[in-house]
Design a protein around this ligand. Structure first.
Ligand code: AMP
Length: 220
């Protein structure tokens, strides 16, 4: 069985960080729909220009569009070692579409992880978050700062603050998240693994690895 690891959680709950750690330690590639969209925006591609205002204001991209983008990436990539999904699905319609897509790839076994957090705490994480636009490394100005002058430790590029990591857009993203996540959690209720996402990234990561291994062993 090939693991298809779905990371669910609020904006700032650690999906991106944990997905990076998993990719580095297990050598399993990840897809972040947010990164895919930000890249299209940066390239000023037709889809990027069309979706720029939606993404930067914290709204969700319409299901049909994001499902098409995501399905294309999964269908065209080489995921022999498995796949980590960061930021998809975000709605029940996307979760249903993902199961339909995975039916075409019978070797995959889904492991669905939910990082439980409290939104008040996450606001600080998001306001202090910085991102390397070139290699994707994630920083926090207080707890994990980049080098002097905002330079990325991995590739030396200048880190940036995401357009949607501002106070008003964060509030908007949290509202949408609270509305959409309930039906997604209900959809996955029989296979959902809930982890406390408010601990240090190392503690969450240990728990995550153990949970994934246990799930895969049970299902083999
Ligand atoms: P993220 O980097 O996961 O926080 O995503 C950033 C933004 O990209 C979101 O606020 C949405 O505008 C858009 N986005 C990412 N993933 C999805 C998705 N699965 N469905 C709809 N919009 C998405």
């Amino acid at each position: 069985m090939i693991p298809f690891i779905i990371l669910l959680g609020a904006p700032g709950s650690g999906k991106g960080t944990q997905s990076q750690l998993l990719t580095d330690s297990l050598n399993i590639p990840s897809i972040s729909t947010g990164d895919l969209l930000r890249n299209e925006i940066k390239l000023k591609s037709p889809i990027g220009l069309k979706l720029k205002s939606i993404v930067e204001s914290g709204q969700l991209v319409p299901d049909k569009i994001i499902i098409d983008i995501y399905s294309k990436v999964v269908s065209e990539g080489n995921f022999d070692r498995g796949l980590i999904s960061d930021g998809f699905p975000r709605t029940e319609a996307q979760a249903i579409a993902l199961d339909a897509l995975l039916n075409k790839f019978p070797g995959f076994l889904t492991v669905v992880i939910y990082f439980e957090t409290d939104l008040e705490h996450l606001k600080d994480r998001l306001l202090g978050r910085r991102l390397c636009p070139d290699c994707g490394e994630i920083y926090h100005v207080g707890t994990n700062p980049p080098l002097e002058g905002g330079v990325c430790k991995v590739c030396g590029s200048k880190v940036i603050q995401r357009q949607d990591d501002t106070e008003s857009v964060i509030t908007n993203r949290f509202n949408i998240y609270q509305h959409e996540i309930k039906p997604v959690l209900a959809y996955y209720s029989n296979r959902l693994k809930i982890l406390d996402g408010l601990r240090s990234k190392e503690a969450v990561f240990d728990d995550l690895k153990t949970t994934i291994k246990k799930t895969l062993n049970i299902m083999r």
